[in-house]
Write a protein that binds this ligand. Structure first.
Ligand code: SAM
Length: 184
């Protein structure tokens, strides 16, 4: 299976705990199969991902503390391509068809604060989700949505303990095979 991994660069544990967790949760929910936290280990984020998976299913490949440079260089040596999300890049509408056509592994890089020039150079594609500054969470979600053309919103996850039954009003959570219904 083609690997679609998200690499988070520049995580600052004190400031970015929530937003980096959201990057990982969007990666999972929107169809990526790996999450790489570069240069630092943050066990709180790891625990949150595994906790969500325990209830809602799936198994994201997670690596933390890897050196971003070595990781990206190896990714390219292994014939994968790198997409760096940045407002300075080419508009997503102009490159997404090319990116979708390739069957190569895809590493999607998002930053936190300022991203060094190196990233712009190693990336095969610098992709802008519009040319206004916003958020790595929004940028990643929209990129994956465009890549999968909306299909990711219908994903179901293996080993889920619960699933949602869509409701016009209120909440309905159904436990798969056991008695957790209505817990959420
Ligand atoms: N000023 C920073 C810079 O020079 O890259 C932007 C920091 S922004 C808060 C954090 C991350 O969100 C960026 O590194 C980028 O990955 C993503 N991002 C924000 N706006 C974006 C946009 N319009 N298109 C693509 N990615 C964006």
């Amino acid at each position: 299976m083609r690997r679609i991994y998200v690499l988070r660069y520049g995580h600052r544990p004190e400031r970015d705990k929530r937003i980096t967790t959201h990057v990982a949760l969007v990666a999972r929910a929107f169809g990526a199969n790996g999450f790489i936290l570069a240069d630092i280990i943050d066990n709180k984020i790891f625990e949150t991902i595994r906790k969500v998976e325990k209830r809602w299913g799936g198994r994201l490949h997670v690596e933390m503390g890897v050196n971003h440079r070595k990781y990206m260089e190896k990714w390219k040596r292994d014939n994968g391509i790198i997409v760096h999300l940045t407002m300075y890049g080419l508009h997503v509408d102009d490159v997404i068809d090319d990116i979708r056509k390739t069957d190569k592994d895809l590493l999607i890089v998002v930053g936190a604060e300022k991203v060094p020039r190196y990233f712009y150079e190693i990336a095969d594609y610098n992709v802008a989700i519009g040319h206004q500054p916003h958020s790595e969470v929004a940028a990643l979600a929209i990129f994956l949505d465009r890549l999968y053309q909306g299909r990711e919103l219908h994903l179901s996850f293996p080993n889920a303990k619960v699933i949602i039954e869509p409701c016009a009003h209120g909440k309905k959570v159904i436990s798969i095979g056991e008695k957790e219904a209505g817990k959420d």
